[in-house]
Design a binder for this molecule. Structure first.
Ligand SMILES: Cc1cc2nc3c(=O)[nH]c(=O)nc-3n(C[C@H](O)[C@H](O)[C@H](O)COP(=O)(O)OP(=O)(O)OC[C@H]3O[C@@H](n4cnc5c(N)ncnc54)[C@H](O)[C@@H]3O)c2cc1C
Length: 444
């Protein structure tokens, strides 16, 4: 870790959070609880970015210790959402649906020829990952093909060698999270300024003194949090900060309505988030979204570094819901699903697509740490499609950074019962080049 990346405490209590998504919301809420004076600046309106466009899934089935523990903490935090962010008078509905995550691993002889070797390796690696997840207290299990089929009869037993299954994984209510996060922060003294785009900063002695918004207003602070996600690599240099290796990449979600029921309502409502094959060029996924099926698939898209806000919703050629044919990604994802679950893959047509930007880092792990040029700028970005599930632990790490509650080797302890292992903050350091050699698997 860089010697200057662990700041000392007592550097002042005025915090400016830039960005009105889940990361900004939960960070603001956490910091008001810790006694900070918080101001949030949002260029448009809350939820203008990826937070309102997300598939909103959450899982602790990861391959890196920090992420597993962090996501176990986030899951628990979301399960106790209203205890963390009570807001008198509000209608309460849970923000997490724990239908579980089911990673299907296919038989080498059943997959595409170019996936065969990878399928074998991925299955071995997945079983080791389950061991690590269990050691971190996550209740992931390995299921045999027959166990999977007995439980979810629409999945072909013959197609798979087994699966990993974590019943506490699931999906989130993304809009409720940032609305409630900001409402709580405001009720506890935070100021939220929408339509305030940060366009410049005034710096002195290696610190930001103030930021300036498009209308000419100036906001002074002791700490500045870059929670601007896909805009983060543009914002950082505007503030005088470091270059961030983040590419805004478009990701699409497709929504299918079954023509006729293929299972009972109850079974449909309880369908897990399912990932169909785990090796490269497989990995289409789906989960229920009311009476629809939400479908997605990781796929290469050109980075759109200078995107405008409106571009977030622009569906590029080959990605539209109505273009049937193999060049259409949604249709191709359905074909993939059909290999594993024909009744699901054949039950209807895709009617609707939405999209938004991932903020992708080279190793698909986020940047949560101090800037190299400015000693009071903290970056929380580069979530690479995992920022919603990350937001509670992101907020906890920001608090640790600005209060200095970090061990000499970058250790941060989450609250009990997640304090059995420290999180190594270096894992998230935007300037720690070694992290790039530790690729994250199971990228969606
Ligand atoms: C299709 C899709 C599927 C996804 N699926 C999942 C999933 O299953 N699980 C999961 O955990 N995550 C998922 N994600 C990712 C997740 O949605 C994001 O990581 C998360 O919402 C990021 O939240 P954020 O608050 O950091 O950023 P955002 O919600 O993008 O908010 C950033 C905000 O910063 C504001 N801003 C930008 N520049 C400035 C400026 N100069 N001044 C002031 N304000 C500024 C923007 O207007 C925006 O509102 C998905 C994303 C997409 C697009």
């Amino acid at each position: 870790m860089r010697p200057n990346s662990i700041p000392g405490p007592g550097s002042g209590d005025q915090v400016i959070v830039i960005g009105g998504g889940v990361s900004g919301a939960l960070t603001a809420a956490r910091l008001v609880d810790a006694g900070f004076q918080v101001t949030v600046l949002e260029k448009a309106y809350i939820g203008n970015g990826a937070s309102s466009r997300s598939a909103a899934c959450i899982r602790a089935q990861f391959t890196v210790k920090e992420t597993i523990l962090g996501m176990a903490y986030s899951t628990d935090w979301y399960c106790n959402f209203m205890e963390h962010l009570p807001h008198p008078g509000d209608y309460y509905k849970p923000v997490i649906t724990q239908n579980g995550y089911l990673f299907l691993h296919e038989r080498a002889d059943k997959t595409h020829p170019w996936c065969r070797e990878a399928a074998v390796m991925e299955w071995h690696a997945a079983q080791k990952d389950v061991q690590l997840q269990q050691e971190m207290g996550v209740p992931t299990e390995i299921l045999s093909a027959s166990q999977v089929h007995a439980r979810w009869p629409h999945i072909l037993e013959d197609q798979i060698i087994g699966a990993t299954w974590c019943p506490t994984d699931g999906f989130l209510d993304h809009d409720a999270i940032y609305h409630q996060g900001f409402a709580y922060a405001q009720a506890h003294g935070a100021q939220l300024h929408q339509k305030h785009e940060v366009v410049a900063s005034k710096t002195r002695g290696g610190r930001i003194r103030s930021v300036i918004t498009g209308d000419g207003s100036t906001f002074e602070g002791d700490w500045f949090i870059n929670a601007s996600n896909a805009w983060a690599p543009r914002l950082s240099p505007l503030l005088g900060g470091m270059d961030l290796l983040i590419e805004p990449q478009k990701r699409y979600l497709y929504f299918m309505t079954p023509n006729a029921p293929i299972m009972s309502n109850e079974e449909w409502r309880q369908l897990p988030m399912t990932i169909f094959g785990n090796c490269k060029r497989r990995g289409a996924y789906c989960r229920p979204e009311g009476d629809k099926l939400m479908i997605g698939w990781g796929h290469p898209t050109q980075p759109e570094t200078e995107f405008a806000d409106e571009d977030q919703d622009v569906i590029r050629n080959g990605f539209g819901p109505s273009e049937n044919g193999l060049h259409n990604l949604g249709y191709a994802a359905l074909q993939e699903i059909r290999d594993f679950a024909p009744t699901l893959g054949d039950c209807g047509g895709i009617k609707h697509a939405t999209c938004g930007f991932y903020d992708v880092t080279p190793d698909h792990n986020p940047y949560i740490g101090m800037d190299t040029q400015l000693e009071n700028l903290v970056h929380v970005c580069g979530f690479s499609g995992h920022g919603l599930m990350h937001a509670p632990v992101t907020a906890a790490l920001v608090e640790a950074i600005i209060t200095g509650k970090i061990g000499p080797q970058g250790q941060v302890y989450l609250p009990a019962p997640f304090d059995q292992h420290p999180l190594d903050l270096r894992r998230f350091d935007p300037n720690w080049e070694k992290r790039i050699s530790i690729p994250e698997r199971n990228v969606l």
